[in-house]
Design a protein around this ligand. Structure first.
Ligand code: C5P
Length: 326
């Protein structure tokens, strides 16, 4: 490991859930057109970056040092690559290219967002890296330019920078903020294993190809009522409208999720839905105390690894330490 030069910059970055996720057909580029409503929850990863001594003869093909910090389970250590396939690595190299400099940095990732959980943890870490490095390098890029680099790194990276509640289209990277002055209370049920995002999208394609008129794969409805429910702040209205086209695919690959979804509602949640490509399930509750009650009951039901109480919307990636401008 290369030694550090200068003080670190630390960024906190939230997990996302999808209140609505409509998946279109497979595009020629391997992606699907989406119409989605993202919400950022107060489940945060932390990214710290520090400059390292330059490598002799280094070029942009040489990436940063990436390490996991804190208590890391064996499963997470196995599932989070520290090489060029990590979105954090890609983010650092992409930003270094824009800034025309070497990515001579060490990046520490402290994870609370579940790995391969459908909450965009890897994208959050990439977004945190972009903000941390643009601060460390004192780049005067502007928000739009940073969002463009984010979109290039991954479909959910731009939203992790943006935060709040937003309507996403295209691959999910075209964002429009959604008016939401109200807080929603959630219980998050984490699984003891992950699901791969491309596998879940592929399973949806397979289910749709195999569907018949008698047994169609249902699609979520229009997004407008969801936006209205978010604006109204009425959890009961939103609960009726939560929907995710990837849920059928996630449940097909991991049938135990059906039990988890039922158990959350039986425990008193207004509604439950698979988050993104799963296997994390999220449950909307009437208020904060209700969420605590639902979480306690769900934790005892033996249908998930662990539960968290969360709320949203919360802001996107923020510098918490080391910003010279603060
Ligand atoms: O962009 P990102 O790396 O997050 O996407 C991971 C994978 O998820 C893609 O390679 C693709 O298989 C799938 N995906 C998709 N349509 C999207 C976003 C992701 O098919 N809009």
């Amino acid at each position: 490991m290369l030694s550090a030069v200068g003080p670190p910059v630390t960024v906190r970055v939230p997990a996302k859930i999808n209140l609505h996720l409509a998946v279109g057909d497979l595009r020629a580029d391997g992606y699907h057109d989406l119409v989605t409503v993202f919400q950022a929850l107060n489940l945060f990863d932390e990214i710290s970056v520090v400059s390292t001594h330059p490598r002799r003869g280094a070029d942009h093909a040489d990436g940063p040092d990436v390490e996991l910090l804190g208590d890391v389970s064996e499963a997470d250590r196995a599932a989070v690559p520290l090489d060029g396939s990590n979105l954090v690595w890609k983010a650092a190299v992409a930003l270094a290219e824009v800034a025309d400099r070497e990515p001579d940095v060490r990046i520490g990732i402290r994870k609370s967002i579940p790995v391969a959980g459908g909450m965009a943890g890897g994208s959050a870490d990439a977004a945190g890296t972009l903000l941390a490095l643009s601060t460390l390098w004192r780049l005067d890029l502007g928000r739009e330019a940073l969002m463009q680099v984010a979109a290039q790194v991954g479909s959910d990276v731009a939203f992790a920078l943006h935060g709040g509640t937003a309507l996403g289209t295209g691959r999910g990277e075209n964002l429009v903020p959604v008016l939401s002055r109200h807080t929603f209370h959630w219980v998050v049920a984490l699984s003891d294993h992950g699901l791969s995002t491309p596998t879940v999208f592929g399973e949806l394609d397979r289910l749709r190809a195999a569907a018949t008129a008698e047994s169609p794969v249902r699609r979520v409805g229009d997004v407008e009522p969801v936006l209205e429910a978010v604006a109204s702040g009425e959890a009961r209205s939103l609960a009726l409208l939560l929907g995710n086209d990837l849920q059928a695919a996630a449940v097909s690959l991991d049938p135990g999720l059906r039990r988890t979804l039922r158990a959350g509602v039986a425990a008193g949640a207004l509604a439950g839905v698979v988050s993104g490509s799963g296997p994390t399930c999220v449950f909307l509750c009437a208020d904060g105390p209700d969420a605590v009650r639902v979480a306690a009951e769900l934790a005892g039901a033996g249908v998930c690894r662990t539960v968290r109480v969360a709320h949203g919307p919360v802001p996107g990636a923020r510098v918490t330490d080391g910003d010279p401008a603060r």
